[in-house]
Design a protein around this ligand. Structure first.
Ligand code: HEM
Length: 167
């Protein structure tokens, strides 16, 4: 293989996020919300980089029994160099663009949206806030928990919890 295709080193600004890089597979996610039926799902998550001071990610969920693709997300996780401050730029296949900010503390990330863009023909209810935590439970286990708000008057409620194993 030529040297031009060798994996670049992780940008030094990303050192606080090095524990996240890789492919993670969750086989037993659980979802709920006051307005829907409880459900289970699977999800594969990838965090990758090209040597820039941001991680690229994809979150691809699938139906628990049939494996049919469901909710999908792609985007970037950016770190303010020299700080623990993070921004997530996330496009979702349901027609939402999420801009969230937060902190990385050790091996835990907390993010909260400050802007959610929505297609003019998106389904109701509109999502008005998304809160996420990512936590490294052990070197091979990553956890994501998502809360969301669907109207300015409804406080955030739990939507998703999943643990992923490193592939
Ligand atoms: C329902 C948003 C991720 C599965 C919903 C609803 C919203 C929503 C607004 C409708 C709630 C209602 O009718 O009151 C989001 C957002 C996500 C997300 C913002 C990411 C941050 C996921 C993921 C899955 C999922 C990863 C995995 C399969 C479902 C299911 C329903 C649902 C099964 C109920 C059926 C349906 O209405 O399609 N979600 N969701 N969601 N979500 Fe999510």
């Amino acid at each position: 293989m030529s040297s031009s295709t060798a994996a670049p080193p992780l940008h030094e600004a990303l050192t606080p996020l090095a524990w996240l890089v890789g492919t993670w597979r969750g086989e037993e996610g659980t979802g709920d919300y006051p307005t829907i039926k409880d459900f289970k799902y699977k999800e594969e998550v990838k965090f990758d980089h090209v040597g820039q001071p941001n991680l690229e990610f994809s979150f691809n969920s699938s139906h628990y029994e049939t494996g049919k693709p469901l909710h999908r997300e792609k985007g970037f996780l950016k770190i303010q160099p020299g700080t623990s401050h993070l921004a997530m730029v996330n496009t979702q296949n349901v027609g939402i663009v999420e801009l969230s900010e937060g902190e990385v503390k050790g091996q835990e990330i907390t993010l909260e949206s400050h802007t959610i863009g929505r297609m003019t023909f998106g389904k109701d209810p509109a999502v008005t806030k998304i809160q996420r935590t990512f936590r490294l439970v052990d070197p091979d286990t990553l956890e994501q928990v998502v809360h969301m708000e669907t109207s300015a008057t409804t406080p955030a409620q739990h939507h998703l919890s999943i643990q992923y194993k490193k592939v």
